[in-house]
Ligand binder design. Sequence first.
Ligand code: PLP
Length: 455
Amino acid sequence: MEELQNKIILSSDEMPQYWYNILPDLPEPLPPPVDPSTGNPVNPSVLERIFAKECIRQEVSTQNYIPIPDEVREIYYVLGRPTPIFRARRLEKYLDTPAEIYFKREDFSPTGSHKTNTAVAQAYYLHKEGVNKVTTETGAGQWGSALSLASAFFSLETIVFMTRSSYLQKPYRRVIMELFGAKVYPSPSDQTNVGRSYLSSDPSHPGSLGIAISEALEVALGQNNAKYSLGSVLNHVLLHQTIIGLEAKRQMELIDRTPDYVVGCIGGGSNFSGIAYPFLKDRIKGSSQTRFVAVEPKAVPSTTRGKYTYDFGDSGGLTPMLKMYTVGSKFPISPIHAAGLRYHGKAPSLCLLIKNGFVENRAYHQTEAMQAGALFARLEGVIPAPETAHAIKAVIDIALEAKRKNEKKIILFNFSGHGLLDLKAYEDLLYNNLKDYEPSEELISQYISLIPKVK
Ligand SMILES: *Cc1c(COP(=O)(O)O)cnc(C)c1O
């Protein structure tokens, strides 16, 4: 029977009751967010004006395990958690590799990606703290639709700034957000000072997550009883995503496997950290040899070609500065289909783990990634999001390396989302209309040199 087992499931009462907080286990202390004008660490109380208070407590918590509120667990359950792990046997066979390939199905969420894991938690805390309006940004619309759904469950009004390139290319995710009751603007928009300044230099500016964040922040800061919610990058977001890895760890134990590789794509770093951190705990302690591979697009090579330095989280410079790998918050990001990967920086804790050698990084072009995604779709029947396709490209390379060395490696990757609303990307692949982008050394150093020095 074991030979036939293709799907590893947990029952609802096996859903984790705690999120895993990696902060106390990091190999060195995480550099705090700093205020660019003083160079001093930002007082968490300043951040509480922007985010849910509980999220900011979690942001700096030194507690290893943080209880998931019952109300949040109930909704996780409604939305399909625990999610299954599937084995990609047909892909293994096609590659003729001795490696075993497992994928965690975060596409099972009703909005199609892992993003509901933090959206539900954040909406719950905002509601509990008496906030009645939430603003945010979105790229492909994955985060915006997840937050719109969660907000609908907790009766929050939602305003979403959606990067213009996606707003035009992916109208259906806008409809999902509107269906859940959100108001959606293409970013840069005429609703904010930041948006208007970008529009004045380029009326058809494709937008970026960095610009959309600035717009959402500007609106939240300018209104009473409104707060802002971020879909990635910050510690509390990564914390909420660890439910993925905590479930996956139990699931792999059920079939008596320890992954040799844990793989995920990185936009801000939340789905990768979500699956990886609970396994990384053992690696940091020295009790496992698992390798961790984070995959980014060559068009936005934050960790592979960027600089480890303090930079703004948004393009307008409204956020505190975060110590991370970055290509500069004003870096002009090419309009690749994997909109969720179009971000100049990455989560600070993830960057620290890359710097310390615990996490390896790779970058791929969108064409090779989409080819891997298409192959996966044909073999396994599931159409990956363009973001997820980047992880799959790395998984295939690792499985082929295992074949060359004749090693029976166990590979686990996070299937962060489905691509059913990203079919334009597959159409462009099928009709040879995909473009690859690789920024020049000069462009990268130019935008890195624009990053203000912290005092
Ligand atoms: C948003 C998104 C990503 C990238 O964001 P992370 O915070 O790095 O996880 C990856 N895959 C999908 C499907 C997404 O929606």
